[in-house]
Design a protein around this ligand. Sequence first.
Ligand SMILES: [Fe+2]
Length: 181
Amino acid sequence: MRYRGGMSLRAREIRAETAAVLESLRGVWDEEMVDEWDHAMQAAACAIEDGADDELVLAAALHDIGHSPLLGGPHVHDHCGLARDWITPRFGPRVGWLAGAHVSAKRHLAAVDPAYTAALSPTSVASLAAQGGAHVDPEFAEHPWCADALRLRRYDDAAKDPDAVGASADLVLDLAQKLAR
Ligand SMILES: [Fe+2]
């Protein structure tokens, strides 16, 4: 049985766990222009602005939690898999998959859209090479949630602006509590 609603103990526990993981991203730097906290909140704001559904907004906020010192840390191998494995039992398979697919999505976009690669940040260009480079994986491309993963990737790439205002932590945590299962 799924636990729904703001009053459930499980949902409140998951909200607190999510708050702790997000808080731990303050001062963690993967990109040059924003820390992982600002990156997460800006990605969520981009998703909201794009009219994304609740699960996609939450996946955008949580996509890089593998870099949290509470999970893998800044230089961990496979930060996508860590995020997916942390998210899925708490918020379900779609949120987990979408967050875990953000490197596959980047490799896919780099393979099919030259303008995409040209606009990547220097850090993202370097990490693309380390992640195996441009690549179309049929398993990813034919996945029913592929289009949403590509949307999330656009939010990810846009969420590196030192002057942008991110979503509020309360908004993201309200979503976490609502989607907790
Ligand atoms: Fe990211």
